[in-house]
Design a protein around this ligand. Structure first.
Ligand code: TYD
Ligand code: MG
Length: 480
């Protein structure tokens, strides 16, 4: 067989060149050329293209397609199975992303061990590592307590970065799952580009996809995420794979959030919560309260928000600090929150609620290293800012949730009842929320006083006072 040729293909106009150049000569784009393997179509491929082969695929009506249950391999780590939609599907290609050092290798080694313990004797797992030596992997396995039991034999370690040899080993051993740690160190023989270049990463992924689809072996790729949050090398990867799962968290905090951003075999709504402990990642018992900060009592600038991650409510403490600017421009810093929303809320607070922060430094963050993009976090953030500015604590046991509009009006949020029930379960007694629309009254919730308000100004008055709410400014819920 002739060695496949490599070409440099422009990613914006698809023109191909023999050598790499900084600028595409056809369309003028800069840095758009990516090394790509060019395969001459074989005779049988051409025959199929002409439709010369009998047995050409025929379309079928939707109803005529036989129903098939997706078989799944259960990993036995509840939070991970949940995020994947109930286990890993044979023949699927999953990308696990996350910043370096966040715990991807740890999670996958634990998952590999989990599969070997599965029902009916489990399956074997081929763990190909291009980053660490087998001795390093063994050291981690010892720490995780995996050197005894089914994982001792069932997890097969291969120190290899060449994709051809990984695929060969997988075809010989026929494991249930192949883990490639990481796709950025994987290389393909036919390309000269360095490991981690777009061309290498994409070609390596394509070959592993062949393995997954052709042989029915599930493949998990580890992908390091760069600073700006994209999976290094390639957004190109995300559309090739069946599922993308991200492991998030602060490296120096213990909590980790596992979130599916794409899943062809399940919903992308699920999140899993883990804690990095001495012996690997541990599932958190009560995820809803995991992100609540532990401190003595109420302090100015803090309030709890019942956020919703997919179908799972997570309570998180929003903290803000407002202090007069010493000199120069006031600074605004947000961590775990959208900085644009913070600027917008500062403007709305100034114009619509009489809280001017133009000459104040503002810092805001979510406790526990969580990152939340929901607009429903507007109201708690605005309340935390107001509380810090007035130096008055919001009474403990209060939660707030709601989106804030430019006019200072509050907008309803999805899943309000589910959020409030979870808050009540965790012992919160008071909630400040947008007034639900006429068509969607809120059912009363045991033990929770719900204060439904229309504007941000009312919400601030309601949250910062512990006196009973007067008529006109806020109405208790149970409107229906
Ligand atoms: P690792 O899985 O190597 O991260 P990644 O593959 O995403 O780069 O995990 C890195 C960190 O996890 C490392 O700093 C040490 C810590 N760790 C623990 O705290 N407990 C453990 O049991 C293990 C195995 C790792
Ligand atoms: Mg690693």
């Amino acid at each position: 067989m002739a060695r496949p040729q490599s070409r440099f293909v422009c990613q914006s106009c698809a023109e191909s060149f023999l050598r790499w150049e900084g600028q595409c000569r056809a369309c003028g784009g800069w840095n758009t050329l990516v090394e790509t393997v060019v395969r001459e179509p074989s005779r049988s491929d051409r025959a199929i293209a002409r439709g010369a082969v009998s047995g050409v695929a025929k379309p079928a009506g939707l109803a005529a397609i036989a129903e098939a249950d997706l078989p799944r391999l259960c990993i036995g780590i509840g939070e991970l199975d949940r995020v994947l939609g109930g286990g890993i599907v044979p023949g699927s290609l999953v990308l696990v992303g996350g910043e370096p050092g966040i715990g991807k290798s740890t999670l996958l080694l634990q998952a590999a061990a989990g599969l070997t313990r599965g029902p009916g004797g489990g399956v074997t797992v081929l763990y190909a590592t291009g980053e660490e030596s087998p001795a390093q992997v063994r050291l981690r396995a010892a720490r995780l307590g995996l050197l005894a039991g089914p994982s001792a034999e069932g997890v097969r370690i291969l120190a290899e970065h060449d994709v051809g040899r990984i695929v060969e080993a997988a075809r010989a051993e026929r494991p249930g799952l192949v883990v490639v740690d990481s796709i950025q160190t994987a290389t393909v023989d036919d390309l000269d580009g360095a490991a981690g270049s777009v061309g290498q990463v994409r070609e390596a992924t394509l070959r592993l996809m062949d393995l997954a689809k052709g042989d029915g072996i599930a493949v998990i790729l580890v992908g390091h995420v760069t600073k700006d949050g994209s999976i290094a090398g390639p957004k190109t990867l995300e559309h090739l794979v069946d599922a993308v799962v991200n492991l998030e968290g602060e490296r120096y905090a213990a909590l980790r959030l596992l979130r599916a951003t794409k899943n062809r075999f399940g919903s992308t709504d699920e999140v899993g919560v883990f804690e990095m402990a001495e012996a690997g990642l541990r599932e958190v018992e009560d995820p809803a309260r995991a992100f609540l900060a532990d401190h003595g009592g109420a302090a100015p600038g803090s309030i709890v928000a019942p956020t919703l991650e997919g179908s799972r409510p997570l309570l998180v403490e929003v903290q803000a600090l407002v202090s007069p600017t010493g000199y120069g421009n006031p600074s605004r810093k947000a961590s775990g929150l959208d900085p644009n929303r913070l600027s917008l809320l500062i403007a709305v607070l100034g114009r619509r609620a009489g809280i001017a922060l133009g000459s104040h430094d503002v810092y805001a963050n979510l406790a526990g290293g969580l990152s939340v993009a929901e607009p429903a976090l507007d109201l708690p953030l605005a309340l935390a800012l107001a509380s810090s500015t007035r130096d008055r604590a919001i009474p403990p046991g209060t939660v707030a949730i709601g989106e804030v509009g430019l006019l200072g009006e509050l907008r309803a949020v999805v899943g309000l009842e589910r959020r409030l029930r979870e808050a009540a379960r965790l012992g919160f007694g008071r909630a400040v929320v947008p007034r639900p629309g006429a068509g969607a009254p809120l059912a009363p919730i045991d033990g929770l006083e719900v204060i439904a308000v229309v504007t941000l100004r009312d919400a601030i008055e309601a949250a910062l006072s512990d006196r009973p709410v007067a008529h006109g400014e806020a109405v208790p819920a149970m409107l229906g």
